[in-house]
Structures are given as C-alpha cells and as structure tokens.
Design a protein around this ligand. Structure first.
Ligand code: PMP
Length: 425
C-alpha cells in the first residue's frame, strides 16, 4: 500500500510512522488499521473527528440526507445551511454576524483574506511568527512557519508579529504583563513604518506551531492598537473552536476584553469528518464585495446535516465542559510524569489541546528525533498522537475527540508515559 501511495501521490504528502498506518474504521475514541490493530486516537479530534468516531447521530443525519438531496449549496435555498449558519452566528459572539461556508480551513482563511483586503483596500496582512493557516497560495503566504510555507511568492505582503509563542523568543523572560507590553510596543513600532495593513490574522493558540499560547489578553491589547487604525482582527479558530480549550467555546474569548474579532474562521471537526469550513464576519465586512461569489460544495445539504447533528451533540452533552474536566486531569497527570523526565521542557495546553515539548536533556535545544521516537513508541503501545512545533517538530500534540472519558485519558496517559520512558526522554 505504501509503495502505491508513493508512486502516485506527491513526495511532499507526509505520512506518520516508518511503517505507515492504513486506517479502516473507528468507533468512539478508537480507530482500527488494516491489520486489525486497535488504537486510542489522541489526535483525530483536531483533524476530522471533533466529537467521536462513527457517532450514530451524525451517521444517521448524513445517510438520511444522502438519500434525499445533495445539490449546489448556493444557487438554491438550502434549509440545513441556514439552520447551521444561524446557530454558528449566534455562538460566534460577533454582532450582526453573517456566515459563509467553504469546504476547508484553507478556503475559509482565503475568504477572510479576500474580504479583509477588499474592505480595507490593502494587500498588507499582519500574521504571527510560527503561524499556520493552510495550504493555498494565499494561505502559505501568511504562514510564518517555513516548514509549511513552500513558496515566498505570495500575492500578499505579510508582516510577521511577535507574540504567538510565549516561551521562546526575545521576550521569553518577561512576566505576562511585560510580555504583552513588549509585543504591543513592537506592533506599534511596526505600524509606524508601513502602509496601513488590512488585518491581523492569528490562531488564539497556535496549532501546527506546537500548541503555543500567548498570555490571555494579548490579542485584546493588540485589538486596541488595531482598532485605532481601522485594522481588522481575524481569529483563526480552525483548531481552537467548538470548546476544545475547555475554558472557552472559542479561543478568542481568552482575549475578548475589547470585544470579539471582526471575523473568525472555522473548519476541521465541526462536520465530524464531512468537509466544512467557514467564515463568520460582521455584515459590513462580509458584504463589502461588489460582485457575486459562490462555492459549489461549501454548505451542501449533506455537510450541513452532519454539522447540525454534530453541533447538537456537542452542546447537549456539554463536551466543552468535558474537555475542561478530562483535559485538566490529563494535563495534571502528564505534568507529574514530565517532572521526572529531563527531556520534557514543558507540558502546556488548555482543555483537550495539550502539547509536550521535548528537548535534548539538560539543554534548551528542540529534539525532533525524540518526538519521532515517542510517536513510534506510542503507536506500538496502541496510542495515536501528533507532533508539531515550528520547523523542529519537537512538540507532541494531543487532541482527542472531545468525548474522551476519564478512563481513556488515564489509559492514554499510561501508554504515553511508557513511550516517553522507553525512549529515555
Ligand atoms: N488554520 C489552522 C489553524 C489549521 O490548523 C489548519 C489545518 N491544519 C488550517 C487553517 C487549514 O485547514 P484545512 O487543512 O482544512 O485546509
């Protein structure tokens, strides 16, 4: 299978593991491979599966809708699209919100950039260092993580701002208030030297960049500076949305003191595997385009049916609360293990978005080899995790479906502890 994969797909299409896994089915928080091995899935939650694998409520909604109609989502009235848009608009916290559905996070960010640049008549974008926003021509142009940005020939002019990574960089030794003040001063200084940018786009917690979070309030402080100059704030909630961080439904809410963002983008798990992305924007911004725009597949009845069933399940079962409780226990448990391991620099995170940063023991140097070894050892133990973190990929990423139980969290933590110890981290 791997040979076939390599002969027909791009060389840069990365797969995990020396002996890659072909997944065949899943249930709850578990998946199975083609050889019949069962794994606890501590990563799929941030990719496709927000709530649970093969969630019966979503499966039923999708199969019923498949038997009814799937047609162009934007040329004809589409009840499930309006229903889901109304719910998301209300949840977004953005006043007078309009929702445009796409098929991916990349396309959602592209749309947000189209809106921001048209609204402000500027092609300058502020983005964060170490950011990841997708894989289209424009999205790679605002991705501050070289390993995921394969060209520098962007149609946008991007200015990278300090602040996305709290624990490294020139302001790492400052306390939270000092860090925020330094980042704000840096932003103000930058804005004094350039033409007015259209927007700042930022992940409230960087995902691919290694689950790094700035202190709460950083983007609120940025917002004040931006608002004075009419610059928009776009929160990329592709990883942080829908209650994953436990404390908040959206990542931006940890930075909401000066109001909600002008736009937010979402994608990934909201369809529990069906392709949904989207932009929520204030009506004034959303409506700034002076010609039509449609998306053939964004918002099709089948993806919207999945999104509605999934969101209903998420809210009715308080999976945000579950992420807070179970994620809190998991972070505590992993911190206790990490305290005994010189190769773990930090266990960080919020809710069910947890990063474990590995370094060469006794140094502050990122250790991508250790991260790769732990990934393999965890798989041997029956646990799938992810990795990320700048170009060094030395951060283990844990993001299970939000329905994770306490017993499963304990089981996964035990496997991870064995994997960390066996690789002598
Ligand atoms: N923004 C963020 C924060 C992401 O993590 C990702 C995907 N890793 C994207 C955008 C792009 O989403 P997609 O892969 O659905 O295009």
């Amino acid at each position: 299978m791997y040979q076939r994969h390599r002969s027909v797909l791009p060389d840069w299409l990365a797969v995990y593991y020396a002996d890659p896994i072909e997944l065949t089915h899943g249930e709850g928080r578990h998946v199975w491979d083609a050889e019949g091995n069962k794994y606890l899935d501590f990563f799929g939650g941030i990719l496709t599966t927000m709530t649970a694998h093969a969630l019966p409520e979503v499966t039923k909604a999708v199969s019923e809708q498949a038997g009814r109609i799937i047609h162009s989502s934007t040329l004809y009235l589409n009840r499930p699209m309006v229903d889901l848009a109304e719910r998301i608009a209300k949840l977004s916290g953005i006043p007078d919100a309009r929702v445009f559905f796409t098929t991916s996070g990349t396309e959602a960010n592209d749309t947000a950039l189209l809106l921001a640049t048209a609204y402000r008549r500027s092609n300058q974008i502020l983005a964060m260092r170490n950011s990841y926003h997708g894989r289209s021509f424009t999205a790679v142009g605002i991705t501050g993580n070289k390993g995921w940005s394969p060209t520098s020939l962007s149609p946008l002019q991007t200015l990278y701002v300090h602040g996305g990574v709290r624990s490294r960089g020139p302001y790492a030794d400052l306390d939270d208030a000092g860090f925020i003040a330094a980042c704000v001063a840096d932003l103000e200084d930058l804005l004094g030297h350039v033409r007015p940018p259209a927007a700042l786009i930022a992940e409230p917690i960087q995902g691919v960049g290694g689950f790094t979070a700035p202190p709460d309030g950083l983007y609120a402080a940025f917002r004040e500076v931006l608002q004075e100059r009419g610059i928009l704030w776009i929160a990329d909630e592709v990883q942080t949305g829908w209650g994953r961080t436990g404390d908040n439904f959206w990542g931006w809410q940890a930075h909401g003191q000066n109001g909600p963002p002008d736009m937010l983008t979402f994608a990934k798990g909201i369809g529990n595997g069906m392709s949904i992305g989207g932009v929520v924007a204030r009506a004034e911004v959303m409506n700034c385009l002076d010609s039509n725009s449609i998306s053939t597949f964004g918002g099709t009845q089948i993806t919207m049916a999945a999104g509605l069933a999934n969101l209903t399940y998420l809210l009715e079962h308080d999976l945000q609360g579950n992420a807070r409780r179970v994620g809190g226990l998991l972070i505590e448990r992993l911190r206790a293990v990490a305290a005994q391991l010189p190769g773990v620099r930090e266990v960080r995170g919020r809710g069910l978005m947890i990063g474990i940063e590995l370094v060469r023991p006794g140094t502050d140097q990122a250790d991508p080899d250790a991260a790769a070894a732990v990934l393999e050892a965890a798989r041997e133990g029956g646990l799938l995790i992810g990795k990320g973190g700048g170009h060094n990929t030395s951060v283990l990423r844990i993001a299970p479906p939000l329905s994770l139980t306490v017993a499963e969290a304990e089981e996964g933590a035990a496997i991870l502890e064995r994997a960390l110890r066996s690789t002598q981290v």
